[in-house]
Design a protein. Structure first.
Lengths: 167, 251, 405
């Protein structure tokens, strides 16, 4: 009798658990980004109106992104920095796309506590965050100040030489 | 007692069937989306979209349909991008504080023919062409109603109803006179797949499209329903047997 | 409460600080009459329905916007863009209907088996209060999608309060927060619709506590006389309750997945338009009997009083029904009157969905008259003069005779 009782208890619990779990997935997934939010997950940026040396701030997924057309001097300055000097070692090549090194695309959020750094300022000719003094170089890498990481490079690709898709 | 209540409930619910008494009951057609295995016929829906775009969208908006959702009925991402870009939308302000026009993207919604209800009424003798995003759900027996309505303009006015200027006889519309002129004519739309565009064909295809537009989740819903029902039948069956076993020894 | 079981280890540590385990044991060993039939399942089904409404409602509230310019669109966005949003929305809408179906069956059980009689009068009162709170919650919830029926149903029902002399108009303006149903109305209905279900939960706790004072009634209406009359709640009624849940979910799933809009009204898929009234304004099916009673009386104030009266009269039932025998099983004349009452309520529901024209008007008046006639005349008179059938000697004897309800 106990064997049959155990079987009943086991199957009953299993069926109820399956039922409850299958309902739990839609409950949890309903909180994931909905289709209309995902539709705005990518932003196209037209590069033709950006002049050499200019930096433009665009919105992507609700966040600011720098799109910078670097001068040859800024590129050279970035390439000559030895990796040993970097808190978060990354080469300039790792932070740009081959054949498009003049374009620097970075999330404009300081990796310290989230303020927006000021372009073309600071001791390294790059970006300076006024909130707590984090100083980034011309490749957006952290050189001085409290920020732990380089400015984040988002996922992006060149659709044509003059148009990028971020995200 | 339970059986009694179940019977009462069933009678009650079946008495609830509430049709528009005034309008003629539309003929019941067989639709590919009917029943628990119902599906959206993708080719028909694409033809239906063309009918909407080339005929109906002159007066009727579909504000709830985003271009990106058209991939559901079989358009590719590139086709959807091209369809969206065919029209411009007012956006802004830009960094100079000005409003500007830009081509639509897949994230945008289908363009409306009028900026608001008042403009729509002004252009249509005071009548408001309703938004069609939900029309199949917003009318009793929606699919059959829209199909009958579109074909109903040729019904003879046997009751001798006086039709004022600017109105048209249609027995499927409540009151039997409608402000919409017969919208469909033979061969009006050229279908890309070569299907013959009779009024009957166009009305069927546009109904399939409108049904998808009103209930894009339908196929997923019915599929999930079948799985859930099977599980619940097993679940209930098990508990019925378990209950009987457990209660057997109660004296 | 002395714990007969000694809990060891972690269980013991928790039990000593918060008696969860002895409470669980109390519930599982709770002595319940052994002869309950399936009509006793509806209470637990109502509990499940409430929990499902709260869960789905909470998730919907994460995506819904209670502003007249955005409400309709936000609901459609839930249906189209939110992952499984359509499922949550249909579960919530159909769930409301299921909740009422189950509660009506639960009340019908109470009316037939005399569950409102002494000593369960307070249990009955809390039940009526629960029912009233449920109706308020459902009414406000239906306004939220801001469809044509949402708006016009709200307009008609809030306008009722203007029937009250002197203060009527001010009450209505106060309810609306304006000069017609508008954004302030929608916003406050959302806040209250969110709040009330949690009050329902509290009332359910009191409802069950009141029940546990004297235990459940049973189909014979006899009191429990010895341990032979009862069995442990677990596993007998827990498993039986699961059978009930299974059937509940099958009906629920059928509507949600295959006919989600059957119990609703197509007009609510048209955005609210204060300039255009729908041809026939009807509430959801579960309000139809009361709607019929309201419209059957040509005087506005009298109609409102009759509608509220039709529910408030339930409070007096323990004193209107003077029969010492609880259960309709042993009251042959009462049984027939009860059958007519149920038919009358179904008839009223059907009439509520019809336009208030022609023959429907007189039919509704007859049906309303019978409703009050049942409570005020039929039930009291039958209870005094009826010759009841002989009762069984005990619950256990009745169970042995009928074995396996």
């Amino acid at each position: 009798m106990t064997n049959r009782r155990d079987f009943i208890v086991l199957t009953a619990s299993a069926l109820t658990a399956i039922g409850a779990a299958s309902f739990m997935w839609p409950v949890i997934d309903s909180l994931n980004p909905s289709a209309d939010v995902l539709a705005l997950a990518s932003t196209e940026v037209d590069l033709t109106s950006i002049k050499e040396g200019q930096v433009v701030k665009v919105a992507w997924r609700g966040k600011p992104v720098f799109v910078k057309y670097r001068t040859p001097e800024e590129i050279a300055a970035a390439k000559t920095v030895p990796l040993s000097e970097l808190r978060d070692p990354e080469t300039d090549e790792q932070r740009t796309k081959p054949g498009h090194e003049q374009w620097l695309i970075m999330v404009a959020i300081c990796t310290h506590l989230g303020c927006i750094p000021i372009p073309d300022s600071g001791d390294f000719g790059g970006y300076f965050c006024p909130c707590h003094g984090s100083d980034y170089d011309t490749a957006g890498r952290i050189r001085k100040g409290p920020a732990p990481l380089n400015l984040i490079i988002p996922e992006y690709k060149f659709l044509t030489d003059t148009k990028i898709l971020i995200g | 007692m339970r059986n009694f209540l179940l019977i009462i409930f069933t009678i009650f619910i079946s008495l609830m069937a509430n049709a528009n008494e005034d309008a003629m009951h539309p003929k019941k057609e067989a639709w590919p989306f009917d029943g628990i295995f119902g599906k959206v016929d993708r080719e028909a829906a694409q033809r239906g979209y063309k009918v909407y775009k080339e005929v109906c969208s002159a007066c009727h908006s579909m504000d709830l349909i985003a271009f990106r959702t058209l991939t559901d009925i079989g358009f590719s991402k590139e086709e959807v991008k091209a369809l969206a870009a065919e029209s411009q939308i007012h956006d802004g302000p830009n960094d100079q504080g000005e409003m500007f026009d830009r081509p639509r993207t897949p994230a945008d919604f289908l363009p409306a023919p009028f900026p608001n209800e008042q403009a729509a009424r002004a252009a249509n003798n005071g009548a408001y062409p309703p938004d069609l995003s939900l029309i199949i759900k917003a009318r009793h027996d929606g699919a059959n109603y829209v199909h009958a309505l579109l074909n109903g303009f040729t019904e003879p006015n046997k009751e001798g109803l006086v039709i004022p200027n600017g109105m048209y006889y249609n027995p499927y519309f409540p009151g039997h006179k409608i402000a919409m002129a017969p919208p469909l004519a033979e061969g009006q739309v050229t279908f890309d797949d070569g299907t013959n565009s009779t009024i009957e064909q166009m009305s069927r295809d546009v109904v399939v499209f409108l049904q998808w537009a009103a209930e894009p989740e339908m196929e997923v819903r019915k599929r999930m329903g079948i799985k859930t029902m099977i599980f619940l039948l097993i679940f209930t069956g098990f508990f019925i047997v378990a209950k009987r076993r457990i209660w057997k020894n109660v004296k | 409460m002395s714990d007969k079981t000694e809990y060891k280890g972690l269980k013991g540590w928790i039990e000593h600080r918060l008696p969860i385990f002895s409470s669980l044991e109390h519930f599982s060993k709770y002595q319940t009459p052994k002869n309950l039939n399936y009509a006793w399942n509806f209470g637990s089904m109502a509990g499940i329905a409430l929990v499902l409404q709260i869960l789905t409602g909470l998730l919907l509230a994460m995506h819904y916007t209670p502003h007249i310019k955005m409400a309709f669109q936000s609901v459609e966005s839930i249906m189209r863009d939110v992952n499984y949003g359509w499922l949550l929305r249909y579960m919530h809408a159909v769930g409301a209907s299921m909740f009422f179906m189950v509660v009506y069956a639960h009340i019908a059980r109470g009316l037939y088996y005399g569950s409102y009689k002494s000593p369960r009068e307070l249990l009955w009162f809390f039940g009526i209060i629960l029912f009233l709170a449920m109706m308020a919650t459902a009414f406000m919830g239906y306004v939220l999608p801001w469809g044509q029926m949402s708006f016009w149903g709200a307009t008609v029902i809030t306008n009722l309060f203007s029937a009250f002399p002197l203060v009527g108009e001010s009450i209505v303006t106060w309810l609306w927060g304006g000069f017609s149903v508008g954004n302030p109305t929608l916003n406050r209905f959302f806040a209250l619709h969110y709040l009330l279900p949690f009050m329902l939960l509290g009332l359910v706790v009191i409802h069950i506590a009141t029940l546990h004072q004297h235990g459940s009634n049973n189909p014979t209406g006899l009191d429990v006389k010895s341990k032979k009359d009862t069995i442990n709640f677990h596993p007998y009624y827990t498993v039986k309750d699961f059978v009930g849940f299974g059937i509940f979910f099958i009906i629920y799933a059928y509507f949600v997945f295959f006919e989600p809009n059957y119990l609703g009204h197509p007009d609510n898929y048209i955005p609210a338009n204060p300039m255009v009234t729908p041809t026939h304004i009807v509430p959801e099916w579960y309000f139809l009997p009361f709607y019929a009673i309201l419209r059957s009386i040509p005087n506005k104030l009298a109609g409102v009083l009759a509608m509220f009266g039709s529910i408030l009269i339930l409070f007096f039932l323990p004193w209107l029904d003077k029969c010492k025998i609880r259960s309709g099983n042993y009251r042959p004349i009462f049984k027939v009157a009860y059958l007519f009452f149920i038919i009358d309520v179904v008839f009223l529901g059907w009439l509520g969905g019809k336009p208030a024209e022609g023959d429907y008007i007189s039919m509704a008046q007859v049906a309303t008259f019978f409703y009050f006639f049942y409570f005020l005349i039929l039930v009291p008179v039958i209870s005094i003069y009826e010759k009841t059938k002989p009762l069984p000697a005990s619950i256990s004897e009745d169970f042995a005779k009928h074995k396996g309800a």
